[in-house]
Design a protein around this ligand. Structure first.
Ligand SMILES: [Zn+2]
Length: 639
């Protein structure tokens, strides 16, 4: 993509196009807005400024941190390159372009991708009489096919969609696509059902996100893409895309499409069996709306749930939730059920409310694990149970507890039940459990907060991001090391304010991503903050949109995200990039407000240099801690 310009900037900044980098256009609050109190200004009463980078003047030593030598540059027009040259007095040219060198010897440039005939960056650094030249080879994307309007007809055979073998039901929709010149005709020719025109338009197929870049880039519409969507039985198992222009014709067979014929016995499978056997029952099986890791992950099912398999595509298995809805889970989560298994189709006859000190349980005797979905509303939780009939004529409430007011249970479709759990306040957190044949929706009470000392007595989970993976800055500062410093400062500040702190990591050793929210949940933390430093994926101009951002996932975390964002912007003095809703694994934590802070961009030389200073580490930590204070004080004010 061409990363320059306002439009590209918007795409680069958010999963949500509304999330522009100015506070006035950030997305609207899903809850009735209750304004947070203004943060106290910095002690000097003015906006914080980055500490100046130190002056370094050593011998010339060119080190390219990114892209790594021989790495694939996943951009076609321009990309960033950063590293250091050893001296702030040096001058630097990369592929003939003069690039500024910072006082500490760091550099960052956004330059045209090297040409195919010479796929390397030539870095020429000069200091006084010395000159050092380094050739830094990279790999380039295969050249884009020129889908020209004239000459011999060329189509992009690598762009055929679907990309691999597909297993579907006969009535499922199949999307067939290809990239071809606009003045050619594209047609899907089927064996038994005739021909179907493939009109222009549509987004390219979803692509996997870069694993280290943390900022988000959305796909852009592709004017060359021809798409038709039709029923699988109509496409049949041997369809061919035919592209024609004048006398030229190109034929491309589709990958095999296998139909699951309607059968008396459905294909049943156990989900998450490996997690169950490994004693990992606290992990959930993630269900997505599309067969792709970047698709919305919205369903978090119990390991051990039995479900019907109705398709397979791109490493994902399609499972039927009920007669109306199916979702996709990773193939590895699916174990076929041996003969004799059956699909549980329980009827809910009663419900019970069981209050405890910290929470209230809504207990549903279902007898079997069923797929479900929990959705947050301003003052309720909505629980959808798939494959369940509801016939509750008795719901037992308890005296003297008002968090759960009442429950509405309705049969939404023939095999889907929906329970609305009306609450006395906005949900603070919840979790779902399956114990002794009972489905439990555990609704958490908000903690009691002393507004003069809002963090006293609370438990805060502090998560220093990475390892594994993590970004590096131009002079080699590793994200995991930098955020551990910041997080440990935050730990001390929180403890000084009377909080108990749970650190998910306190050494340089890696901690698996999925373990971190579980640690916080087991500790019954009242909030979870993950500390990170941001990086862009290839192709994005890093000079335009960088700054401070905060991510959350569930609605009950939205106000904490805004408070932490405000705290960081007050203290760190960087651009306010905004608040984003995104399904990062560590913030998919329904039991407490959970946010992920991207306080600064490690690839920006000034920000990397600042991150090496105590003052800026303190500013990052203090901003987050003050955000937590603002959030809990506002919670106390509502009482
Ligand atoms: Zn990170």
């Amino acid at each position: 993509m061409r990363p320059l310009g306002r439009c590209a900037l918007m795409l680069a900044l958010g999963a949500c196009a509304r999330a522009l980098p100015t506070p006035s256009t950030s997305p609207p609050a899903p809850f009735p807005p209750e304004p947070l109190p203004a943060a106290s200004p910095t002690p000097e009463g003015q906006r914080a400024e980055l500490p100046p980078p130190p002056f370094v003047d050593g011998p010339l030593a060119i080190r390219v941190v990114y892209p790594v030598a021989d790495a694939l540059v996943a951009a076609r027009d321009s990309n960033f390159i950063f590293g250091s040259v050893g001296s702030g007095r040096a001058t630097l040219e990369i592929n003939g372009v003069r690039v500024p060198v910072h006082p500490n010897g760091a550099f960052l440039a956004f330059l045209p991708v090297p040409p195919a005939e010479s796929p390397l960056y030539e870095l020429r650094a000069t200091r006084d009489a010395d000159t050092v030249v380094v050739a830094h080879p990279v790999r380039l994307l295969p050249p884009t096919l020129l889908l020209t309007d004239t000459g011999a007809l060329v189509v992009d055979s690598a762009s055929v969609e679907p990309r691999g073998p597909v297993i579907v039901r006969s009535f499922d929709p199949i999307r067939v696509g290809i990239r071809a010149p606009p003045n050619a005709t594209a047609t899907l020719v089927t064996k038994h059902s005739g021909q179907f025109a493939m009109p222009a338009g549509g987004l390219p197929p979803l692509i996997n996100r870069d694993s280290t870049a943390e900022a988000v880039v959305l796909p852009v519409p592709d004017p060359y893409r021809r798409v038709v969507e039709l029923m699988a039985s109509v496409a049949g198992d041997t369809a061919t895309i035919v592209v024609a222009r004048g006398a030229d014709t190109v034929r491309l067979p589709l990958p095999p499409i296998t139909l699951i014929h309607d059968q008396l016995t459905p294909h049943l499978a156990v989900l998450g069996a490996a997690a169950l056997l490994g004693g990992d029952a606290e992990r959930s099986v993630v269900g997505r709306s599309v067969p792709d890791p970047s698709g919305t992950s919205k369903w978090f099912l119990f390991p051990g749930t039995v479900a019907e398999v109705i398709g397979r595509m791109s490493g994902y298995t399609r499972i039927r939730l009920d007669g109306m809805l199916s979702i996709w889970v990773e193939d590895a989560e699916v174990t076929p059920l041996e003969d004799g298994g059956s699909l549980p189709r329980p009827t809910l006859l009663s419900a019970r409310i069981a209050p405890s000190d910290g929470w209230v349980d809504v207990v549903l005797p279902l007898g079997a694990r069923v797929p479900f979905l929990v959705e947050e509303r301003p003052r309720s939780l909505e629980l959808t149970l798939y494959g369940v009939r509801v016939s509750t004529d008795a719901i037992a409430y308890s005296q003297g507890d008002s968090l759960v007011r009442f429950i509405e249970a309705v049969q939404e479709t023939v095999d889907r039940a929906r329970l609305t759990v009306h609450l006395d306040a906005a949900p603070f957190g919840y979790q779902t459990l399956f114990e002794d044949g009972r489905f439990i929706l555990r609704v958490r009470r908000a903690p009691g907060v002393d507004r003069r000392s809002p963090l006293r007595g609370l438990t805060i989970a502090v998560d220093p991001g990475h390892p594994p993976i993590g970004a590096r800055g131009p002079t080699g500062l590793y994200e995991a090391d930098a955020v551990l410093e910041v997080a440990q400062r935050a730990q001390r500040m929180l403890e000084d304010r009377g909080a108990t702190v749970v650190m998910t990591r306190s050494t340089a050793d890696p901690v698996p991503l999925a373990d971190r929210p579980i640690m916080a949940r087991r500790a019954n933390a009242h909030a979870f903050v993950s500390f990170h430093l941001n990086a862009y994926p290839d192709g994005v101009n890093p000079f335009i949109g960088n700054g401070t951002g905060t991510y959350f996932y569930y609605a009950h975390s939205e106000r904490l995200a805004r408070a932490v964002q405000r705290g960081m912007v007050n203290r760190m003095g960087l651009r306010d990039v905004g608040v984003f809703q995104q399904s990062f694994a560590v913030v998919r934590n329904s039991w407490m407000p959970a946010v992920l802070a991207e306080g600064a961009f490690l690839m920006i030389p000034e920000q990397e240099a600042a991150l090496r200073t105590v003052a800026f580490q303190e500013a990052y930590a203090r901003g987050v801690v003050e955000g937590l204070e603002m959030f809990f004080r506002a919670l106390a004010d509502e009482r």
